[in-house]
Design a protein around this ligand. Structure first.
Ligand code: C2E
Ligand code: MG
Ligand code: MG
Length: 328
């Protein structure tokens, strides 16, 4: 988790929670290229919620947060992650949603930091892990599920055992689970976090470093902490159009990752230009609104069935979008 809430530029609550699965899968996901490279992808068929996502934080009561779990107000949506080379879906990131009874949908960028302060992130994080593993176990096995883990959870005794229990209860293969940590994991007791990372990787679960480059840590930790992947934050990608320095920074991040044997996922890809640049630089995977908004579980299931069917027919993955014709 980021230690400071990040205010998103626009609504974080698109169709995901409300749309019929087919409608999303057909019109909003992956198959519709923007008419002009670099233009905003079409959101036809997707109802984007334009309500402000910044709640009055004083309106957020700790008691509400505790009730959220027991009252079933929390849910998960999943954002597809694609192979940069083939366009095939390789994973989906689980993202937490809170539908507050009076305030409406609240961004995790606001309520997760609150839950971290109160400690409620521990039971909430356990629910996220269990739910994501259970739902992903019912997906076609072609893709993994990525779960965000708070630094607070990484200080809890027995966290790796908790992960093993979630795998066992769901029947999800360990190789299909990835946990996403941020650099702030080092702000607690780094030795405890390192221990958990070793335990998690020993299970066969992979570990990604989310929002790479946005924290305040020295790069030295990359030597000590064995990450399987880094995820380059949208802030770097957004800056690409503003000068050569951003491209240099992103290229250097890839060099560092490859030196340490880590794969790179570029997140927050919104335009064809960004996708092309990141492919050229060498990202293994791409994720962002250009390809898909986060989707309800049922929509992901339809999408993955379609994808698995295509792969069985030998038509592995989708061509990189830049090499395909724009959809009508
Ligand atoms: P994150 O893990 O870096 O997740 C990526 C965020 O970027 C998500 O916001 C996603 O909806 C958004 N995003 C994806 N593609 C694009 C794009 O093309 N453009 C833009 N502008 N944004 C894009 P979301 O779902 O609001 O989550 C915000 C943060 O909240 C996450 O950042 C993560 O740090 C945290 N979070 C979400 N779910 C959980 C969870 O289950 N547990 C914990 N501890 N943290 C979570
Ligand atoms: Mg993440
Ligand atoms: Mg991130």
């Amino acid at each position: 988790m980021r230690s400071e809430p990040v205010v998103p530029q626009h609504s974080l609550y698109p169709a995901e929670d409300r749309q019929s699965t087919d409608r999303i899968a057909r019109s909003a996901v992956l198959g519709r290229a923007p008419q002009n490279p670099g233009s905003k992808p079409s959101t036809e068929g997707v109802v984007t919620d334009t309500r402000p996502v910044r709640p009055c934080t004083e309106d957020l009561q700790t008691a509400d947060l505790q009730a959220a779990l027991s009252q079933g107000e929390l849910s998960l949506v999943y954002q597809p992650i694609l192979s940069a080379a083939t366009g095939a879906i390789t994973g989906c990131e689980a993202l937490l949603r809170w539908n507050h009874p009076s305030l409406g949908p609240i961004s995790p960028a606001f309520f997760v930091p609150l839950a971290e302060r109160t400690g409620d992130i521990v039971p909430i994080g356990a629910w996220v892990l269990d739910t994501a593993c259970r739902q992903a176990a019912a997906w076609p096995a072609i893709c993994r599920v990525s779960v965000n883990v708070s630094p607070v959870q990484m200080q809890e005794p027995g966290f790796a055992t908790r992960v093993a229990a979630a795998l066992r209860a769901s029947g999800l293969a360990a190789g299909r689970l990835e946990l996403e940590l941020t650099e702030s994991v080092l702000m607690g007791d780094a030795a405890v976090a390192l221990d958990h990372i070793m335990g998690i990787r020993a299970l066969g679960v992979s570990v990604a470093l989310d929002d790479f480059g946005t924290g305040f840590s020295s790069l030295g930790y990359l030597q000590r902490f064995a990450f399987d992947r880094i995820k380059i934050d949208r802030s770097f990608i957004k800056a690409l159009g503003k000068g050569r320095e951003s491209r240099f920074l992103i290229t250097t991040m890839h060099d560092i990752a490859h030196h340490f044997g880590m794969a790179v996922t570029a997140e927050g890809i919104e335009t064809e230009d960004e996708a092309r640049t990141l492919r050229d630089i060498g990202s293994a995977e791409l994720q962002g609104f250009l390809f898909s908004q986060p989707l309800a579980n049922e929509a992901v299931v339809s999408l993955l069935r379609e994808e698995a069917h295509r792969q069985r027919r030998g038509n592995v993955g989708r061509q990189p979008r830049s090499s395909r014709h724009a959809a009508p």
